[in-house]
Structure formats: structure tokens, C-alpha cells
Write a new protein. Structure first.
Length: 280
């Protein structure tokens, strides 16, 4: 299959899926989300593939959802049609992201540069996460106008209650060293060593028979689901959907469409956006 925003490569029992919108730091628009799910399914169906590597082209892993023209306009929450369309959109995104969790093969996320918002979901659902020490990881970029429930569902079992609430209420980012220390990442290495480290890990995993790898992942993930992981993601899905129809989100979307993403974020960080909410 030919992809527009994604590169799929297979070699040595390994499938490498590269998010390829470098001009947008690999922001997940509708088409890339569809292509990502298709690539994950292709890796799952290929019996020659024993391990999957996820990475991002250009200067970062993924900057989150693409807040472009494909998103709903202010006021659409008033109509049931728009609400249902948004639910369908969210369900598609959740289904695509959960492919990382559900594929019965080990997945390694290779993270460098920005890994923001939805990017942390995609990477965080991987079985092994290797980050560059100077990576920028966190939910911050979309925080002012979003509930971002899906993010917290994926963060909570990785970093715990206190760290999740720290990021939920105070925003911010962490580097790769902190990500490893708090449990979000498996290992943090210098950017110059990132590619080689992931290559060695993937090669070691690929030497193990596929059926053994599958049984290990299924046993661990099914146990996690028994402990409530899947239900946690579904609950937070509902909270994300509700947050997309809040008055604050409408203000946020209107300013994005008028001024663009970077100016709005600069205003928010300077304290000139949503002061009435931030200073309560």
C-alpha cells in the first residue's frame, strides 16, 4: 500500500513505521491516523514481522493532533449531527492508537524531539519506549482548551496518580531523563545513540520465535486489562469527547482559526488567554 504521510519499511523480521509529516512535526490529521491504523494492521497480519518500531521523521516524534481546518468549528456542539460526527472521529482515533496496545507483537517507540499530547498516547502504548535525553514530552501544547482525557488514561498506569495530576493541572513537559525516571519511558539515551539502541533492541527481540513473543505480550496486556487499563481508556475517551464541546474549547478553537497555533500558545503562556479560568 502507498502512503502519503507515513513510511512503512520491512527488513530483518522488523516493520518500521515512520510518521512522515515533518513540516507539522508529524501532527496526526485524519489521513495520517487512517494510514497509521492501516500500517499497524499490515504489521500484525505479516507473519514475517516479529517486532514493530515506531518513529517520527524530521525534528520530532509527534506534536499531537493537527488543529487544522478539518476540526469542528465553534458552535457545532449545538447540533446533534456535529456531536455524532465528533464521536465517530474520536472513536477512529482511539481505535487507531489502541492498535499499538492490541497488536500481539512487541512495539518499540523511538522518541526524539517533541512528543506532545496525542503523540504521548501513541508512544506510551508501545511495549518499550526509548527516548532521547533531550526529548520534549508532555501534554502541554493543547492544554489550554482541551480536557485531553485520552492522554490521562494512557499516562496514569505508566507514571502514577501524582505525576499524572501534576501534568494535568500544571501542564509543562519533561525531558527524556525525567521520562525514564518516572516510568513513562523504558530507557533514555543520547540522541546520537538513539537509532543504534533501538536497532539493537529490535534485533534481539526478532531472534525470539513469534509465538513466544505473542504469548508474552498477550499475557501482560490481558492482565493489565483485567486491572482496568482498557476501561480506563474508554472512560477517558468519554471525557475527551465532553471536553470538545465546552465553552472554553470553543473559545480556544475560535482563536486558533483566527490567529494560528503559535500566537495563541504564546499568549496563553504569557497569561493573556483564559485568565479568568487560570486565576480562579
Amino acid at each position: 500500500m502507498d502512503y502519503e504521510h507515513l513510511i512503512y519499511d520491512k527488513a530483518d523480521s522488523r516493520a518500521t513505521i515512520t510518521l512522515n509529516r515533518p513540516e507539522k512535526i508529524n501532527a496526526l490529521n485524519e489521513k495520517l491516523t487512517r494510514e497509521f491504523e492501516s500500517a499497524m494492521l499490515a504489521a500484525e497480519d505479516d507473519n514475517e514481522v516479529r517486532v514493530v518500531v515506531l518513529k517520527g521523521a524530521g525534528r520530532g516524534f509527534c506534536s499531537g493532533h493537527d488543529y487544522g481546518k478539518e476540526h469542528f468549528k465553534p458552535g457545532e456542539r449545538e447540533t446533534g449531527h456535529a456531536t455524532e460526527l465528533h464521536r465517530v472521529d474520536f472513536e477512529k482515533r482511539l481505535r487507531a492508537y489502541m492498535r499499538v496496545w492490541e497488536i500481539p507483537k512487541p512495539v518499540i517507540a523511538q522518541v526524539h524531539g517533541p512528543c506532545i499530547a496525542a503523540g504521548t498516547i501513541v508512544a506510551g502504548l508501545a511495549d518499550i519506549v526509548v527516548v532521547a535525553t533531550d526529548a520534549k514530552i508532555g501534554p502541554v501544547e493543547a492544554a489550554p482548551g482541551m480536557v485531553q482525557g485520552l492522554i490521562w488514561g494512557s499516562w496514569l498506569p505508566l507514571v502514577g496518580l501524582r505525576k499524572t495530576k501534576d501534568f494535568a493541572f500544571l501542564h509543562g513537559t519533561m525531558d527524556g531523563i525525567e521520562a525514564q525516571q518516572c516510568g513513562w519511558a523504558t530507557r533514555a539515551v543520547a540522541l546520537s545513540e538513539l537509532e543504534d539502541t533501538v536497532d539493537r533492541m529490535a534485533a534481539e527481540i526478532a531472534r525470539v520465535p513469534l509465538e513466544i513473543l505473542m504469548m508474552k505480550k498477550l499475557a501482560i496486556n490481558r492482565s493489565a486489562n483485567q486491572m482496568g487499563f482498557r476501561e480506563m481508556m474508554e472512560i477517558n475517551f468519554e471525557m475527551s469527547l465532553a471536553g470538545h464541546f465546552s465553552n472554553t474549547r470553543e473559545e480556544w478553537t475560535a482563536k486558533l482559526e483566527k490567529d494560528g497555533f503559535k500566537p495563541v500558545m504564546q499568549d496563553w503562556k504569557a497569561g493573556t488567554v483564559y485568565d479568568r479560568n487560570r486565576n480562579r
